[in-house]
Design a binder for this molecule. Structure first.
Ligand SMILES: [Zn+2]
Length: 153
């Protein structure tokens, strides 16, 4: 009997089932949204591409450069969204492994509300604030260091 309860405790997932489901739903929703956007954009660029191709035959290089810039921007946007999509896939993998949603510094669960706002947050609010304060202090010290150096001259 004692053994059985120990086994049960060990089998208990690190993350509560409810939290897991909520986070998975949140990440899945974002993935679907981004995926639809990337797919839609890709189709758009491809259609514009064939149309733009014919247009480029008519327009000279100077006039078509504006269209190129537009296409470059579209491409950069798709690339950005694809990268975010990769990050979300990565987060979903980590969620399945039980690594997602924990603070990198203190190991505590990152609040769900925070993860909804910042799905790739690696620190809890407290640790993030402490880090920001530390960084600010460092910047101030650097400034002070630089100005004293300047005064010495
Ligand atoms: Zn923390």
């Amino acid at each position: 009997m004692a053994n059985k309860s120990v086994q049960n405790a060990a089998a208990e997932p690190k993350m509560s089932r409810n939290r897991y489901a909520e986070l998975k739903e949140m990440l899945d929703g974002r993935r679907r949204e981004l995926y639809a956007q990337v797919q839609g954009k890709m189709r758009g660029v491809r259609e514009e591409g064939t149309w733009g191709g014919k247009l480029n035959e008519v327009l000279d290089a100077v006039e078509s450069s504006e269209a190129d810039i537009q296409e470059d921007l579209e491409f950069a946007l798709i690339q950005m969204k694809s990268e975010t999509l990769n990050k979300i896939n990565d987060a979903l993998n980590r969620l399945d492994q039980g690594d997602y949603g924990y603070c990198f510094e203190c190991g505590e669960e990152i609040a769900e509300k925070r993860l909804r706002a910042l799905p790739f947050a690696v620190r809890c609010k407290d640790c993030e604030e402490q880090r920001e304060i530390a960084e600010q202090r460092e910047r101030q010290n650097a400034r002070r260091g630089a100005s004293s150096l300047f005064l010495d001259m």
